[in-house]
Design a protein around this ligand. Structure first.
Ligand code: ADP
Ligand code: ZN
Length: 300
């Protein structure tokens, strides 16, 4: 089966063609300008490649309710040109193929459970810590949607004593994204995160906020593994700090075997940034397979 994958981001649109085994035959990227400029470029790319289905992992928030007339649109993005843009429908009509559609981070967690560190697991969380913070959540063999989709990057965190940074989220006083995103680190410390590698206090604080959120996810969702990605997580010294903080915050309450092996429980992605595009291939495969054979929310 020849599958298309589109990882739709705020700065670039990554387009790829591959198969259900996660082999990517070719890949390209178009800068994200306006839909009028960028969508025709992507359509002509896929049109030349004869795909059976397309999977789109999209920046959001997006509408995922298939019963809604707005299904497959980007809803309230600050990128105003893309507001209410009907992504799924536009590609389905232009390419005459089935289109699987989800958030970028849900695509990434799908990549991880299909091909990466969460392979074969029924419940997993993927958290990206970059320009923004977002989580993809996979539960009981399907991507979590619910009321809309998780926005777990905005969970409240408790401000650590001595941290005077006011937070960078326009909606929330003290949420994970506002306190711990790449731009928040830069604003708090006055220097890009990548240049703060040798400042332990930066990463101790960062690990505390990330661990607060992960502790909440663990207690609520009971994931079998948590995969962390995004630019900020290139600071590998964060991993042991986060694991120690999570163990402390859980307070020994959960007696799960997985938590005895924290180095295998809270892990970096092993897919080297390809989790999103591989997840889009799997979104396409599941859509083509239909509801009985593993489309979102149904077990294979
Ligand atoms: P995006 O979230 O925009 O898709 P990234 O995941 O690459 O992109 O995240 C970009 C953010 O990550 C920026 O705020 C940048 O400062 C931060 N970042 C990038 N590289 C590093 C690094 N090596 N160490 C720490 N922070 C980094
Ligand atoms: Zn917020």
């Amino acid at each position: 089966m020849q599958l298309g994958a589109l990882e739709a981001g705020g700065t670039k649109m990554v387009c790829a063609v591959g198969d259900e085994n996660g082999t990517v035959y070719e890949q390209t990227a178009f800068p994200t300008r306006t839909p009028e400029q960028t969508v025709p470029e992507m359509i002509s790319y896929f049109r030349d490649r004869d795909i059976d289905a397309l999977g789109i992992g999209c920046f959001g928030p997006v509408e995922l309710d298939e019963a809604s007339p707005h299904y497959g649109t980007i809803t309230s993005t600050p990128k105003t040109a893309w507001q209410n843009y009907p992504m799924a429908e536009t590609f389905a009509r232009a390419l005459h193929c089935l289109v699987g559609f989800d958030t970028d981070v849900n695509a990434a967690v799908l990549g991880e459970v299909t091909f990466g560190r969460a392979r074969g697991m029924e419940c997993a969380v993927y958290l990206t810590v970059g320009t923004g913070i977002g989580a993809g959540i996979y539960v009981n063999g399907g991507l979590l949607h619910g009321m809309m989709h998780p926005e777990a990057g905005h969970v409240p965190v408790r401000r650590r004593s001595g941290d005077t940074y006011r937070g960078g989220c326009p909606w929330h006083d003290c949420c994970l994204e506002g306190m711990a995103s790449g731009p928040a680190i830069e604003e708090r410390w006055g220097c890009p995160a990548a240049r703060l590698a040798d400042r332990p206090e930066v990463w101790e604080l960062e690990a505390d906020y990330i661990a607060q959120a992960l502790t909440g996810y663990i207690l609520t969702l009971s994931p079998q593994v948590i995969v962390l990605g995004g630019g900020v997580m290139q600071q590998r010294q964060l991993f042991p700090l986060i694991r120690d903080n999570v163990a402390r915050m859980l307070g020994g309450y959960l007696q799960a075997e997985a938590l005895r092996h924290m180095e295998d429980y809270i892990v970096p992605s092993a897919l080297e940034g390809r989790q999103g595009i591989l997840g889009c291939l799997e979104l396409a495969r599941r859509k083509a397979a239909g509801p009985e054979k593993g489309e979102n929310g149904t077990k294979i």
